[in-house]
Design a protein around this ligand. Sequence first.
Ligand code: CP
Ligand code: NVA
Length: 315
Amino acid sequence: IQSLKGVHFVSTDQLSKEELQGLLDLSKYYKETYKAKGGLKPKPLEGDSMAMIFQKRSTRTRVSTETGIAMMGGHALFLGPSDIQLGVNESMRDTALVLSRFNSIILARVYSHNDIAELAKYATVPVINALSDLHHPLQSLADLMTLQEHFGKDLSGKTVAWVGDGNNVLHDLALGSAILGMNVNIATPAGFECNPTILAKVKELAAKHGGKVMTTSVAADAVANADVVVTDTWVSMGQEAEYAARLKAFDGYQVNKELMSKANPNAVFLHCLPRHPEEVADEVFYSPQSLVFDEAENRMWTVMAVAAAQLGKVE
Ligand code: CP
Ligand code: NVA
């Protein structure tokens, strides 16, 4: 993953299979090393700092990054919507240019993906996309790490089924799964399909790496024989005004015991969190099949790997 030094981390499809696996291997190494009792812990980011721009709320991304960077000897600064001049008094371009003079990396959670593109265009240090309306690449790394922990490193031929909104989290999970040779089944209600350009990319990557892609509006068809069932909120941040209409549109898409029973008997459940009971019932969310809290933990080990790779400080 030497090739990621100085590179912006914007979406999962920018990674080659080797780079993706390299990040997952490094994440695993960090998890083992930092969790081990005793021993000297590496501090590869000593003297480095990360500016974290958050235009939306966050529990996992904020806490995992702040904690992970500190663990590696670096310093992360949380910059919420009312902490800095951005958006009110200052442009993304100027913010990028100024933060680049202080910090080694700029991480940003934004509404429009164009803001990430703008940041990446003008920043002179590596940028990390911490969620935009189109992509959530940090999440897909944690998801794939969790699946490799559970099923072993070779995920090729396994089927991941998405049930719900065709959103940012789906986009990167589908791209990453395709890169690792998995089959991708996607069930979304009419009008809530995933981005067509990204779907075309998923199909292209699947064809290259030996997987298949299917889309449907029937949840049970996507889940049939799946090894992994995944969903996310039906109402992403910024869509709060559509809450009632979305609840109606997604009727029948809840992941519950009955839907899980159509998947392989050994199937697991993933959800990036935060979670609402409408998209997944407690009987699945808190079941032994559910890997959601490993998945949440792995957000930390994976963002540490991304930062170290971008700074060329991989031990
Ligand atoms: N999964 C995730 O990104 O969670 P947060 O919104 O809490 O960061
Ligand atoms: N799809 C959700 C993910 C939150 C981590 C959102 O964009 O709000």
